[in-house]
Design a protein around this ligand. Structure first.
Ligand SMILES: Nc1nc2c(ncn2[C@@H]2O[C@H](COP(=O)(O)OP(=O)(O)OP(=O)(O)O)[C@@H](O)[C@H]2O)c(=O)[nH]1
Ligand SMILES: [Mg+2]
Length: 463
């Protein structure tokens, strides 16, 4: 598991904060990890609100630019009276702050690296910057960066103003041990609304790195009572999960199987022939894919392949689809990804499958929530992201569930468990809607048969 860490020293961080006021810095992008290209920068930093660039050169200068405006690649010149350039220069000295000249443009919002006129970062996708006195910012080049134009690192942070908290939470929740125990009991004693089905099958679908495998690991850990990592989770450009996996969860080590199966899939990718294939997804929905099926993007499963289950029952089908999305990426879901979601939703609706949207990484998205998970329904930022995702993916807000997965913790934590259990309880309720629809369909077929033939047919089982 790779964790992306800031290159700022404590002293440098303090200096930056002295320039910014009461904000929390959230590292969005680090060029030595994510790439020194304009595309890498935009994929992580567009539409993030106030951000600060921190550039490092080999002479030891740490400098950059702050703006309160979004990068959107509009091609327009952006005016931002609060924008400034800065340099932290030598230890112990006051940082240098250069504010803009009058109403001049702060930066040109193009598809290139950030372009502040006087400082242009990542020109031609190289680890470098250009420096020339612009019309907006005037400074002494030696003091700003020592005239060394080679970058050793380039980071961008979202500068989130602390607060505001909503006066009232947008969803009610009791963060108590009783709540946790009650939810655990509801989940363990759940019985699918169809007699022939023992376990509700819940499918996790979402972009690469959204936290699908971690969600299973987290639920598994909570029921086991200690951290587990049965599903491989981690960070990579391509999906870490490459097999279709169906996981049964047990209450305690060697305990009874819970009445639910979590199904983990390969991540969705933007390109048409990469990541989870929509045809494979439909095969999963209908119950045709066996556990450990090795996904082969651009080569969907054939009817005669060994991983294909020909005869399926309602137990093999998916009963609830959960779209998993990283809250931090809510604003930067690309058009390609939204289109992919739209075509998946169309297929999913056609099959009458209930759908839920799981917003993961709420701790990474909002510092108020990172400080205390109980703030999850009171953070204005999380509420905004929930609304944004609900609108862009077409899922009702009532079906949007924020969670924090276990990622680097060693101990279980009550508030995290409560949020995870709340999500599972909702998934089981939704699976019941599917079962009830199946029953209605079966009864409809039963009645239709009787009215066509005049003969009362034996009651059809859903299988
Ligand atoms: N802080 C935090 N990190 C998380 C959370 N959920 C997942 N992560 C981290 O995000 C990274 C990706 O998580 P995975 O569970 O592997 O994501 P995935 O959706 O299974 O990804 P693919 O299998 O590659 O499609 C891992 O490093 C996790 O530790 C969360 O809620 N909070
Ligand atoms: Mg995975």
């Amino acid at each position: 598991m790779s964790v992306v860490t800031s290159s700022l020293s404590n002293d440098q961080q303090k200096k930056l904060l002295s320039l910014l006021g009461p904000v929390t810095l959230h590292l969005l992008y680090k060029a030595t990890v994510h790439g020194f290209t304009a595309a890498d920068f935009h994929s992580r930093c567009d539409k993030q609100g106030p951000t600060i660039i921190v550039a490092y050169n080999s002479t030891g200068f740490v400098f950059g630019a702050y703006t309160t405006k979004d990068y959107t690649q509009s091609g327009e010149d952006v005016i931002d009276k609060k924008a400034f350039l800065y340099s932290l220069n030598t230890p112990g000295k006051e940082p240098l702050k250069v504010v803009g000249v009058g109403e001049q443009c702060a930066f040109t919002d193009g598809a290139t690296g950030p372009n502040y006129g006087a400082l242009v970062f990542l020109p031609g996708d190289t680890p470098a910057f250009q420096s020339h006195q612009g019309t907006s910012f005037k400074f002494d080049e030696a003091a700003m960066h020592g005239k060394n134009l080679v970058l050793t690192e380039f980071e961008v942070y979202r500068a989130e103003v602390l607060g505001p908290m909503l006066p009232k939470p947008w969803r009610k929740n009791q963060w108590t041990a009783e709540t946790k125990n009650r939810l655990a009991e509801i989940i363990q004693s759940y019985k699918p609304a169809i007699q022939t089905v023992q376990q509700a099958r819940i499918l996790l679908v979402g972009p690469v790195g959204a936290g699908k495998s971690s969600f299973f690991n987290s639920i598994n850990s909570v029921f086991r009572g200690n951290m587990t990592c049965q599903a491989i989770a981690g960070t990579a450009d391509k999906s870490v999960t490459t097999q279709f996996r169906t996981y049964t969860i047990k209450a305690g080590k060697g305990g009874k199987a819970l009445p639910l199966i979590l199904c983990d899939t390969m991540g969705l990718e933007e390109k048409a022939d990469a990541g989870l294939d929509i045809e494979d997804l439909v095969s999963i929905y209908k119950g045709h894919l066996k556990d450990r099926y090795q996904f082969a993007p651009s080569n969907p499963l054939q009817l005669d392949a060994p991983g294909y289950r020909k005869v399926v029952t309602v137990s093999d089908m998916i009963h609830c689809v959960v779209y998993v999305v990283d809250t931090c990426k809510a604003s930067i879901l690309s058009q390609n990804m939204r289109d992919k979601f739209a075509s998946i939703r169309k297929k999913t609706n056609q099959l009458g499958l209930p759908q839920i949207l799981l917003m993961t990484k709420v701790d990474e998205a909002c510092p108020l929530v990172a400080n205390d998970l109980k703030n999850v329904y009171q953070s204005l930022y999380i509420q905004r992201k929930a609304r944004e995702l609900s609108e862009s993916l077409g899922i009702p807000l009532s079906c949007v569930l924020p969670v924090k997965n276990y990622s680097d913790e060693l101990e279980l934590e009550q508030d995290t468990d409560i949020l995870l259990f709340t999500a599972v309880q909702q998934m089981l309720n939704f699976a019941d809607s599917f079962f009830e629809n199946q029953e209605l369909q079966t009864e409809g077929a039963h009645q239709q048969h009787a009215s066509l033939t005049g003969i009362k047919s034996p009651r059809l089982t859903p299988e």
